[in-house]
Design a binder for this molecule. Sequence first.
Ligand SMILES: Nc1ncnc2c1ncn2[C@@H]1O[C@H](COP(=O)(O)OP(=O)(O)OP(=O)(O)O)[C@@H](O)[C@H]1O
Ligand SMILES: [Mg+2]
Length: 224
Amino acid sequence: MSVFQLEDIKKEFKHGNTSEQILKDIDLKLNKGQLTALVGASGSGKSTLLTIAAGLQKLTDGTISFGGQNLSSMNDEQVREVRAKHFGFVFQHAHLVPFLTVQEQLELMIDTAELKWSKKDKQSRIEDVLKTVDMWNHKDSFPENLSGGEKQRVAIARAIIHEPEILFADEPTASLDSKRSVEVMELIERLASELNITVLMVTHDNDMLKYAERIVEMKDGKII
Ligand SMILES: Nc1ncnc2c1ncn2[C@@H]1O[C@H](COP(=O)(O)OP(=O)(O)OP(=O)(O)O)[C@@H](O)[C@H]1O
Ligand SMILES: [Mg+2]
């Protein structure tokens, strides 16, 4: 079942008097609980497509449908609300706050997303999610004492703490060695297969493609 649809997506960047078409008539459907990998040469438009799909950047033309709503016709505040409630994000670097413990990173996320959970619910959700990413025993650690893979697992915990339906990941393993990449990919694969989270992931790493249920390739702003 498709939960998210991109139709006829176009993106233009203006440089002075000229403009460049970066995305050309993109159609893409994401199925519930499926891990889709987005691949293609550098500059083909993968990150642009991912950030547009995730509502982090505006499109020039086209339709983004999610849960019976059309994101492309919403105002900024409405998009922000959908994003905060239903989407999670993971990037190449974990971007953790250096002076907060693992537990506190997640508390901050819960407060920022205005989830309004009771103290007890907050704590039990944090415990749950840290166990899911196998970082519960590190809950009092600071980022500087974690490996790259562990930091990325905390970033994933932070991205799924509010139980999003869709996880957008842009090269989540690009800063990791192969052993840590495998750990992070196995985790992301498990989020899709066990928690039924729909994942759209950009990757450059061919070794990671075996974790994807579907591979979509981009070339020059088009899906091929
Ligand atoms: N804000 C912007 N303004 C102008 N051009 C942009 C902007 N963002 C991206 N581009 C251009 O759009 C094209 C696609 O960029 P994008 O970052 O989506 O590629 P990518 O496939 O993610 O590449 P990589 O694999 O290197 O991350 C590039 O030519 C880039 O220079
Ligand atoms: Mg990119």
